[in-house]
Design a protein around this ligand. Structure first.
Ligand code: PLP
Length: 405
């Protein structure tokens, strides 16, 4: 049995429609004892004690290949099912009119081994809709660096998309469809369908940040129940940053939480804000590109959930991204990423994914041994630092990397 803790959301956040596709209980948080032990004893001096936990977003939903996109989609479904879906259009095509009725097909895009597209396809089937996924061969280096590109394009998430009955269209960088889905949406509309467009990772979707804002409340409820040592909360939270709305949602959710707790005078909230570290997973764009997006997404979510002046309340000071672990390319496994995959498998028996969470683990292990963490404890009067690793899913891509792991 899992503990039954439900996040209590304040108004107006609790008024925003959400269609549940996650389990009713929060995704589990559990300790990583071996990793915590080695992280503590291999430091000199072995103070502070490092307690590492994992939040299992890869076990958050009964749907195929559970992962972080389902949490975002919960807040998008009411629009998909509404009589006048309004948020479906591509941000680069704001002139597109709202759909004249509930969507009949979900359309989305991603890299060849995208986890997001699988979660959209599974959701479509769950809702009784069709799915069309645009897969770009040239996003990152997974396909290019594979010793068996034919296999890379058929296994892992591609296979699961097929199993889910999604229509798959593969593109490469030279196709206009790789950057512009409008012709596909027009084609579907002409054939009498009502296509609902969900941008890659659902991050550009206006409602894309809400799911992880809610996750912040869930994590806060769980850390309270877990009766953590040290500060009593997770001092550092590590999560992947790809399209950006996962880390952005967390930033806005914790911002609201900390504001509410401060105004209620709860003493434990005097320690400043939690350190939410987004580990970047692709070197394609510079860090400041991602920072700007994450800030924008965090403010957009913040406005919706009740940060009345999100422009003022959420600032660049809240955005902490780390680009040191991006490796050689999106979807390319370098030595550090491979080592982190093995470390987690061999010490804790936990399987990560090769594209996102392994890079987060590599980054987290670096941080755990860094000066930031050593200095943080005495500065905050702590003997122990609590660290949360967010496992966002993605293991289904592993088989496509059979030649490199
Ligand atoms: C999409 C994805 C991420 C990144 O989340 P964003 O919200 O796009 O930043 C991290 N991990 C996994 C497994 C993913 O599929």
């Amino acid at each position: 049995m899992r503990p039954k803790i439900y996040p209590q959301l304040p108004p107006p956040f609790n008024q925003i429609p959400r269609y549940p596709i996650l389990y009713h209980e929060p995704s589990p948080i559990h300790p990583l004892p071996t990793l915590s032990h080695t992280s503590t004893t291999t430091r000199t001096p072995p103070i502070p004690r490092i307690s590492i936990f994992a939040k299992r977003e890869d076990q958050g939903s009964p749907l195929a290949c559970a992962g972080n996109k389902y949490r975002k989609l919960e807040y998008i479904i009411p629009d998909i099912l509404s009589q006048t879906p309004t948020y479906y259009y591509h941000e680069s095509h704001p002139a597109t009119k709202p759909l004249p009725g509930p969507a009949t097909i979900l359309v989305t895009e991603g890299a060849l081994q995208s986890n997001h597209t699988v979660q959209v396809a599974a959701l479509a089937r769950k809702l009784g809709l069709k799915a069309l996924v645009l897969l770009n061969r040239d996003t990152g280096g997974g396909y290019k660096t594979s010793s068996a590109p034919e296999c890379f394009a058929q296994t892992g998430n591609v296979q699961i998309n097929r199993l889910l009955g999604a229509e798959i269209r593969m593109y490469n960088a030279n196709n206009p469809e790789a950057t512009d889905a409008q012709p596909v949406l027009d084609e579907l509309t002409k054939s009498g369908q009502r296509p609902y467009w969900i941008p890659g990772g659902a991050s550009l979707h206006s409602l894309g940040g809400l799911g992880y804002a809610r996750a912040a409340f869930e994590i806060a409820a769980q850390e309270k129940e877990a009766q953590l040592g040290g500060s009593g909360r997770f001092d550092f939270i590590f999560v992947a940053c790809g399209s950006g709305s996962t880390v952005a949602g967390l930033i806005s959710g914790f911002k609201l939480l900390e504001k509410l707790r401060r105004s209620s005078g709860e003493a434990s909230w005097d320690r400043g804000s939690r350190n939410i570290i987004g580990i970047l997973t692709s070197p394609t764009r510079p860090q400041n590109y991602h920072e700007e997006r994450v800030l924008r997404f965090a403010r957009r979510a913040g406005e919706l959930i009740g940060l009345l002046d999100a422009e003022m309340e959420v600032t660049m000071e809240d955005v902490h991204l780390d680009d040191r672990f991006v490796g050689d390319g999106y979807g390319v496994i370098d030595d550090e990423t491979r080592k982190a995959l093995s470390l987690m498998a061999e010490t804790e028996g936990i399987v990560l994914d090769p594209v996102y969470t392994a890079k987060v683990a590599a980054g987290m292990m670096h941080w755990v041994h860094s000066e930031e963490m050593t200095k943080y404890a005495p500065e905050h009067g702590l003997q122990e630092v609590n660290v949360l690793f967010i496992h966002t899913g993605g293991q289904a891509a592993l088989s496509a990397y059979f030649d490199r792991i």
